[in-house]
Ligand binder design. Structure first.
Ligand code: APR
Length: 327
């Protein structure tokens, strides 16, 4: 019985994400919004025989209706990364898009859970927080940046060098942020022990941090990850939906640490310091974040602690870039 809006539904991520959401049997209403092409996408997907009612909303005049009475709003709108562009190059365009979409959600579904995919997530999530604060409806438990692709890549890339492991069940905690060296995979505390030489550890860490570049390069000018990102977005949305339905669900994500100040203490001690936002693993409930899952921190290596310090420094800048954009 969940209502979901996808904003940017006609894009490279938006279309496969909309398809995967149409297959989610807990969704009863699926509002697809974009500034182009969305009627065709919605008509196409609407024929799939699940119970979700699919509706198209095209352009700014239909934005308010698209986000009225929704439980979850997922935002993949934006421009994708082209070769030579970093995620941060995308900032100016995507910042403006996210700002206008979050304003509309704040005005029309102030209690909706918001999941942001538009990059750079390290800055777009702080932008959303500022907008929600300005509108007087900020609840840090209900605002998320989708980092699921980082843990998905971590599991898969580990299996590439350790084929005896099962990529579908292996869990590697990833903390920090969602771009380059802000992504910190904690390989030493993965759900199965992974024995790595120093060279393997360095190469694997780098590959998880910069995995998105492999896709940008292979697409040769046509954009960044869309299909794997849509899969990751759908997995994250499904976790939120199950939590809204009363299940207790554990999920990695980029959140305001104010969502669980007590649970955040450990993360701050690890090197997040005063940072307001960080990627952590959370337990989700009906109200959004229930708690931050505590890590077996005494097992972390010096390499990982140093990587967290590097991430925290870069994140400080990314977060202020977002906050200053709004201010
Ligand atoms: N409102 C709604 N949708 C918008 C807006 C807007 N103001 N501006 C752009 N869009 C839509 C586009 O029309 C397009 O359909 O967002 C969609 C983006 O799709 P693509 O250009 O194919 O980009 P995609 O590869 O899906 O990436 C989108 O996700 O991972 C991030 O870095 C990526 O920030 C980028 C975003």
């Amino acid at each position: 019985m969940v209502s979901v809006a996808i904003l940017g539904a006609a894009g490279g991520i938006g279309q496969p994400l909309s398809l995967l959401m149409k297959l989610n049997t807990s969704i009863t209403k699926l509002n697809l919004y974009d500034i182009v092409n969305v009627p065709g996408v919605a008509a196409d997907i609407s024929h799939i025989a699940t119970n979700a009612e699919v509706k198209a909303f095209l352009g700014p005049t239909q934005l308010a209706d698209a986000v009225t009475n929704v439980d979850l709003a997922i935002i993949p709108a934006g421009v994708p990364r082209k070769p030579g562009m970093t995620r941060d190059d995308l900032f100016k365009i995507n910042a403006g898009i996210v700002k206008s979409l979050v304003e509309a959600i704040a005005e029309n579904s102030p209690k909706a859970i918001i999941a942001i995919i538009s990059n750079p997530v390290n800055s777009t999530v702080p932008i959303a927080a500022e907008i929600l604060k300005a509108k007087g409806v900020y609840d840090p438990k209900r605002l998320f940046g989708v980092t699921t692709l980082d843990v998905v890549r971590a599991s898969r890339f580990v299996r590439d060098i350790r084929p005896e492991l099962d990529a579908t069940t292996l869990r590697v905690p990833v903390v920090g942020g969602h771009s380059g060296n802000t992504i910190v995979p904690l390989l030493s505390i993965a759900s199965s022990p992974i024995k790595l030489s120093t060279e393997e550890r360095d190469a694997l860490t780098h590959r998880i941090q910069f995995g998105g570049d492999e896709v940008v390069k292979a697409k040769d000018g046509a954009g960044s990850a869309t299909l794997s990102m849509a899969y990751a977005g759908a997995r994250f949305a499904d976790s939120i939906i199950r939590a809204l339905g009363g299940e207790s669900v554990v999920e990695p994500t980029f959140i305001p640490l104010a969502a669980d100040p007590e649970g955040a203490k450990q993360i701050r001690e690890l090197g997040a310091g005063d940072l307001e936002f960080f990627a952590v693993t959370v337990e989700l409930g009906k109200e959004g974040v229930k708690s931050i899952v505590q890590l077996p921190t005494s097992n972390l290596t010096g390499f990982e602690l140093k990587a967290i310090a590097v991430a925290a420094e870069a994140l400080t800048t990314n977060i202020s870039t977002g906050v200053n954009f709004v201010k």
